[in-house]
Write a protein of this length. Structure first.
Length: 276
């Protein structure tokens, strides 16, 4: 099977920064069944732990620069330096980089004009998440922002994003036109047949936009697929996490967690309606 690649503008990777790597490793191994391998060369200071399932990259755990834990979302770009310059021109901020992350790729840390943190990733050897939408794997990252229109005015020219309303239940989704064709031609040849009942254009969706109150912090919220929301939430609590909220929708059962060091993430169980 070919390796999964990500066109410019598609969210491609997630990692969590944690003050205590050992504790974070214990939690996420127990929750998702990850195998963790340090990607840093021997003798290097620090660690960057690549999480795999069935031998395929799914996410990573790295050290936090401060005492706060968080999840980060990376957007694939053709040229990290060029896009970082465009971030500044568009009113955002580049807070670190662009810089090489070893032979894996080139990265930059950024903030949009509303203060939302995101990352750029120009892939070299490390192409991005190789297994997605399976239990224990990253599903989507959604933009939680107090001003969706302003945020999309910033992101759309950078990444080629299109805001789409694919139905009342879906809300505003983010599309990268042609992404479904890319998947069909590479790692997911059956995507259009499998999504035959989905709204037109759903194969191009890479995430969603969720409005929040003006006083709420803006963020990219990561969602992981689980086989059973209730079982996974109970496991997370046993391992020291807090269940913030849970909800049952027409297509999913979700739970928002705060992990033992404070990073927030969503668990999602796919529960499509039964059709007669």
């Amino acid at each position: 099977m070919p390796e999964r690649t990500y066109p410019h503008g598609v969210t491609c990777w997630v990692d969590t920064e944690q003050p205590d790597l050992e504790a974070a490793s214990h939690f996420y191994r127990g929750l998702f069944g990850w195998t963790l391998t340090n990607a840093m060369p021997p003798g290097a200071s620090g660690s960057y732990l690549i999480a795999t399932l069935d031998g395929q990259d799914v996410a990573a755990i790295g050290p936090a620069a401060a005492d706060a834990a968080s999840w980060n979302t990376y957007v694939a770009v053709d040229d990290a330096d060029e896009t970082a310059a465009a971030v500044t021109t568009a009113g955002g901020q580049v807070t670190a980089g662009p810089e090489d992350a070893g032979p894996g790729g080139r990265a930059a840390s950024c903030r949009d004009p509303l203060g939302t943190e995101f990352r750029l990733w120009q892939a070299k050897r490390r192409l991005g998440a190789q297994l997605t939408n399976a239990p224990g794997c990253w599903n989507f990252s959604d933009l939680f922002t107090p001003d969706p229109q302003r945020a999309l005015r910033f992101y759309a020219p950078l990444f080629g994003w299109v805001a789409a309303d694919l139905g009342q239940e879906s809300g505003t989704m983010i599309q990268v036109p042609g992404y479904g064709d890319h998947l069909a031609a590479t790692v997911d040849p059956d995507i259009y047949e499998r999504q035959a009942s989905a709204p037109p254009g759903f194969a191009d969706v890479i995430g969603g936009v969720v409005p929040v109150r003006p006083e709420a912090p803006s963020r990219w919220q990561v969602t992981f697929t689980v086989a059973d929301r209730d079982d996974s939430a109970a496991t997370a609590e046993r391992l020291g996490a807090t269940v913030v909220t849970s909800a049952d929708g027409p297509w999913t059962k979700t739970a928002v967690l705060r992990d033992p060091q404070g990073a927030q993430l969503t668990l999602s169980q796919f529960t499509p309606p039964i059709r007669e």
